[in-house]
Design a protein around this ligand. Structure first.
Ligand code: 4AD
Ligand code: MG
Length: 429
């Protein structure tokens, strides 16, 4: 019977067949050990010379690293560990690999990124993509259970959402320039006036020349938007969502987190409520730690790292100076200089994973903000209409999937959390 390795425990003492790849092989005397992976898991195949045909014994020696194979054998529990073994009876070599470029020795990141199409097979990279998948599923699950529907936003757009200096331009027929979306937010703001609560989930693009471990030029963003939702409720929704995602990752991807040597104990502390701190309080704290950051500036990556190094849960930094944030954010009625916004910073120094705010819902104020920011009114006519026909207080937020995956996996550089990273110096493979 053909099975996936993930299900092997159900087949003790039975003969089964797995189809996969050899990720390690070694021989000693009359025994050859073949480590097999099939995408769903890993198993050790034991080939015992006296028990197999001469052909199988020979083939077991010809199976090089990453050769594709079909292996039949009897399942047994490992005498000591909580693992299963396959006592091999049959072996077919589907294709024999020549010497595999990624070996046992240490490789540098550039070499591995050049080999990304192969690197994806290694155990740690396998685990990261599985956790990423769990995060995606948990996100859909939480939204489905909380009255949201998914609305897809366009990727080709006529104007900027998050500032004009970081756009990828495309020639768009006779209509001039189009820009790759930086976030679907503005479009899902339109959709909440039809559906109440919505989210989108897709690739977004930032042409900013940031070479940090937290920046990609193409990454996946989930934007959520809620009608009749103020700043306070916005934060509560975010912490519930993130709490759910972390709990699901621990539950569904335990094996992967163990492979990644993630401190699950630490991760499990991310249970709502998450602490809130204003931007002014954060700056005061940073200055007490020796930073010279001014009160009217944005926080940088290093500031975020400092603020969250000793945190055991994500924290919200609320009410940034409005001038460093996007034009669409509503101002704090108690202090017009501040935006009704918050960034969620992951603990253990992982930095910003969510950006969000209450949105400006007053027509005249929003026109003023568009003008103040030097944005073309004509491109925002439709967006202004949302404040003309049945405007409501509304809020939303967006998470970066790679940053979230990086934190949950304990991987510091987010280039490892997306299958094929796009950075300012990398477009291949
Ligand atoms: O904070 P940002 O720029 O917010 C927005 O785009 C809003 N329109 C979202 C909204 O309110 N719907 O981006 C949101 C998140 C960040 O918190 C971060 O996790 C991630 O996207 N992000 C990046 N991830 C990887 N590479 C980059 N260059 C990123 N820029 C932002
Ligand atoms: Mg942000």
């Amino acid at each position: 019977m053909d099975i996936f390795i993930h299900d092997i425990a159900k087949h003790i003492d039975h003969e089964i067949t797995v189809k996969g790849w050899v990720y390690n092989a070694r021989s000693s005397g009359k025994i050859t050990f073949l480590q097999i992976r099939d995408g769903s898991g890993f198993v050790q195949g034991i080939v015992h010379q006296p028990d197999v045909s001469a052909q199988v014994w020979d083939d077991a020696h010809r199976a090089t690293l990453e050769s594709s194979v079909i292996v039949t054998g009897k399942v047994a529990k490992h005498p000591k560990r909580d693992e299963y073994e396959l006592h091999v009876t049959g072996l077919t070599l589907v294709q024999i690999s020549p010497e595999y470029p990624i070996g046992k020795k240490e490789h540098g990141p550039d070499f591995l990124l050049d080999q990304r199409h192969l690197w994806l097979r290694s155990k740690k990279q396998w685990a990261i993509q599985r956790v990423r998948n769990t995060i995606i599923n948990a996100t859909y699950e939480w939204f489905n259970n909380n009255g949201f529907i998914k609305i897809d936003s366009p990727i080709l757009t006529p104007a900027a959402c998050e500032g004009t200096s970081t756009l990828f331009e495309v020639d768009y027929f006779d209509l001039g320039k189009a820009y790759l979306s930086q976030s679907g937010q503005l479009y899902i703001e339109a959709a909440i006036m039809s559906h109440g609560r919505v989210f989108d989930f897709g690739p977004v693009f930032r042409a900013e020349k940031s070479k940090t471990r937290r920046h990609l030029t193409e990454f996946w963003m989930m934007d959520a938007e809620m009608a009749f939702c103020d700043h306070k409720l916005n934060l509560e929704i975010q912490e519930q969502l993130i709490g759910h995602i972390v709990a699901r990752a621990i539950e569904m991807s335990t094996e992967e987190l163990v492979i990644l040597e993630r401190d699950i104990e630490k991760l499990s502390k991310a249970v709502p409520p998450f602490p809130r701190m204003t931007h002014a309080e954060a700056v005061t704290k940073l200055r007490a730690m020796g930073s010279d950051i001014p009160f009217d500036d944005d926080l940088g990556g290093d500031d975020e790292t400092l603020l969250t190094q000793d945190a055991d849960k994500p924290i919200f930094i609320e009410k940034y100076p409005a001038k460093v944030k996007a034009f669409y954010m509503k101002r704090d009625p108690q202090n017009e200089e501040l935006a009704l916004c918050a960034d969620m910073l992951a603990p253990e120094g992982f930095g910003e994973i969510i950006g969000g705010s209450q949105r400006e819902d007053d027509y005249d104020t929003l026109i003023r903000r568009i003008d103040e920011n030097g944005l073309p009114r004509s491109a925002f006519e439709w967006y202004l209409d949302l404040r003309k026909y049945g405007s409501v207080p509304h809020s939303g937020f967006g998470y970066g999937l790679e940053r979230l995956t990086g934190w949950i996996c304990g991987v510091r550089h987010i280039r490892e959390t997306i299958p094929f990273p796009r950075m300012i110096t990398r477009l291949t493979p």
